[in-house]
Design a protein around this ligand. Structure first.
Ligand code: NAP
Length: 295
């Protein structure tokens, strides 16, 4: 019997995880909110994960070997306006999931974010204190705290940062830069915000290993390199052979975002690399990988 996996959230990361596990012949079941038509032959349960009762009922019925939660309200500015929705989805729902997984003894992997940090220092390890500066980050931090308070030891929390790959679901920073450069469109990218972008194909491979090796705990899963958005965009131009002059360096204060953005939330991902015995790629390596996919 193939092992049964529940992926919650059919967004950018959920999509890639479903692909990954299905290609390896796992019995994948999807829980998400609305049906956008992807994965027509895969069992899909359309529900709002803030509905605790429905969530318990559905997971109990599926009876999986592993649950991964990628569902969240990820629009940082929207979270400032839709506070109740963001709190319920990003903070309360992970708690419900933790409870049901604990009751049924199912390992749970939950995706969190570098935005739980205030960005004052960068190179954050798992031992650093969290101190979010926007509502999105606060709700995600609450999700972690609620999960931790359940003391369910088969829980893994992965903090990721600016995830990127080709995605049929939505644009990410990488695809936005690539499309713009391809169309010879000028773009503005900030010089004063640093991250360690997570290469999604490395993340999905990592989550597979976490399941196979029965790993739990809190881990940073950034990428192998710290860059500003401007430096990231320049690297895309260089590797894909486009004109870097189209990329304008600007300051984040020029963008008029509603929510405050932390300056440097680069993640130190040493712990996960040691645990899984992997070496995360630097941007040049992952972008070359991506380039090969389009040739
Ligand atoms: N994207 C980033 O830049 C970033 C950075 C750091 C961390 N993360 C974290 O990574 C994870 C995955 O991000 P992503 O980019 O894949 O997100 P995404 O593309 O926005 O997908 C989120 C998914 O969650 C679903 N969802 C939202 N609320 C739900 C609810 N109440 N019930 C059921 N499903 C619900 C959405 O459904 P609909 O399609 O119906 O909205 C969507 O399918 C999240 O935990 C996020 O916080 C993301």
């Amino acid at each position: 019997m193939p092992e049964r996996i529940v992926i919650i959230g059919l967004g950018m990361i959920g999509y890639e995880l479903i692909n990954k596990f299905q290609n390896l012949n796992y019995d994948v079941h999807i829980i998400t909110r609305g049906d956008k038509g992807y994965f027509k032959d895969t069992p899909k349960y359309l529900l709002d994960i803030t509905n605790r009762e429905k969530l318990f009922e559905t997971i109990t019925k599926i009876n999986p070997d592993f649950v991964v939660n990628t569902a969240a309200i990820t629009n940082v500015d929207l979270c400032e306006d839709e506070r109740e929705l963001a709190y319920k989805t990003n903070a309360l729902a992970p708690g419900y999931l933790g409870e049901v997984c604990r009751d049924l003894n199912i390992p749970l992997c939950h995706i969190s974010t570098d935005y739980v940090f205030d960005g004052g220092k960068g190179n954050y390890t798992e031992k650093d204190s969290i101190n979010p500066i926007n509502y999105y980050g606060w709700t995600k931090a609450q999700g972690e705290i609620i999960l931790n308070n359940l003391n369910y030891e088969d829980t893994t929390i992965l903090r990721i940062s600016v995830p990127y790959c080709f995605s049929p679901v939505k644009d990410n920073f990488f695809t936005w830069v690539l499309k713009s450069l391809k169309d010879s469109k000028e773009i503005n990218t900030v010089v004063d915000q640093w991250n360690t972008p997570t290469y999604i194909y490395e993340l999905t491979e990592g989550i597979l290993k976490i399941y196979e090796k029965d790993i739990s705990g809190l881990y940073h899963f950034g990428g192998g390199e710290r860059v500003s958005r401007y430096e990231f965009a320049l690297k895309v131009a260089k590797i894909f052979g486009f004109d870097g002059e189209l990329i304008n360096p600007i300051k984040s204060s020029e963008l008029g975002w509603k929510a405050k953005r932390p300056k440097d939330t680069s993640l130190n991902s040493t712990k996960i690399q040691e645990k899984l015995n992997i070496k995360l790629k630097n941007l040049e390596e992952s972008l070359k990988d991506l380039k090969e996919m389009v040739i």
